[in-house]
Design a protein around this ligand. Structure first.
Ligand code: RIB
Ligand code: CA
Length: 313
């Protein structure tokens, strides 16, 4: 089976870092570029983190810096969860992977233009870059195979009671993507809150004993501490790799294709994804929504990618 070409747009962030590793190390995928967007941290921080993680796992692909603010110019950092650097908890290598001179949106365009096959876009941060790409390069939309994004929720939010962080950071961008007409798969909190880093998973990481696994343990222990402090979740949810894992093995998640819209004007609900599970609006089913996770299969893929990342001296 030919590997699936993909671009990962992210805001590293602890779970984004693991998504990079999974996308880079599983042979079913061909990661052709990484683009960054501000979210978990400011754009400079998340871009440096992407380059550091790429260096950690000997990954050499184009990395381009993207939007530092939402379409409407808002910006916020999730330092309460990801720390001051946006990737606290472990010593990371100085980046050896160069930063592209292109803006993220232009790198997306270049990669799609040069590809002789359609390319999948996986977004694990706010959707600003993806929305800007769709607006600036409409002719290249046909080169996008599908968009898989971590974001939203069919129930409660995490940044506000009803809005999940990635969508809340740029609801207008999410609206552009949801109206794009492209094949969409949403991995919201409903499914990502099943991707827990349990004590058993930590024990499996400890048993690896590689420099990469030790670094990841440090990162995930920090993530576990902040998640417990903020959300009283002792086992933190590893959101972003779920969006990558389903490309490797679609059976990792169970989805339902329904209508998804985003609230743009609600005083208390702005940024909420309205997931019409029972077709109450009678509107077009525009998005596959992942609702169930095959925990065992997910961690099989994630742990294997970490094991494959061991730095060979
Ligand atoms: O709500 C969780 C999402 O927001 C994850 O992608 C996390 O990395 C942050 O970007
Ligand atoms: Ca993220």
């Amino acid at each position: 089976m030919k590997p699936i070409p993909l671009i990962l747009d992210c805001d590293p962030g602890h779970d984004d870092a693991l998504a990079i590793i999974l996308a880079a190390k599983n042979p079913a995928l061909k990661l052709i570029g990484i683009t960054t967007v501000s979210g978990n941290g400011g754009i400079a921080k998340v871009t440096l983190n992407a380059r550091r993680i790429a260096t950690l796992v000997n990954l050499h692909v184009p990395i381009a810096e993207g939007a530092g603010k939402s379409i409407l110019g808002e910006v916020e950092e999730a330092t309460d969860i990801h720390g001051e650097s946006a990737l606290d908890g472990a010593e990371l290598p100085e980046p050896k992977v160069e930063l592209s001179k292109l803006h993220a949106v232009d790198l997306m365009a270049e990669l799609l233009r040069d590809s002789n096959e359609k390319v999948t876009i996986v977004a694990t941060g706010p959707l600003t870059n993806v929305a800007l790409f769709l607006k600036m390069y409409p002719a290249l939309k046909e080169k996008v195979n599908e968009i898989v994004f971590m974001g939203g929720s069919a129930t409660r939010g995490n940044r506000t009671p009803f809005a999940e962080f990635n969508i809340w950071m740029d609801p207008e961008a999410a609206d552009v993507v949801l109206r794009s007409g492209l094949p969409l798969t949403m991995c919201g909190l409903d499914v990502t809150h099943q991707a827990l880093v349990t004590k058993e998973i930590f024990a499996k990481l400890e048993s690896m004993g590689t420099s990469v696994s030790k670094t990841i343990i440090g990162l995930l222990k920090f993530f576990a501490k902040t998640y417990d402090e903020v959300f009283e979740m002792p086992d933190p949810p590893l959101h972003d790799p779920v969006a990558v894992a389903l490309l490797i093995d679609r059976s990792v998640v169970k989805c339902r294709k329904v209508n998804v819209q985003v609230e743009l004007t609600g005083t208390l609900t702005r940024g909420a994804t309205v997931v019409d599970l029972h077709d109450r609006f009678g509107a077009r089913a525009n998005c596959e929504v992942a609702l169930e996770l095959d925990f065992k299969r997910f961690w099989e893929l994630m742990l294997d990618a970490i094991a494959q990342s061991a730095i060979t001296k």
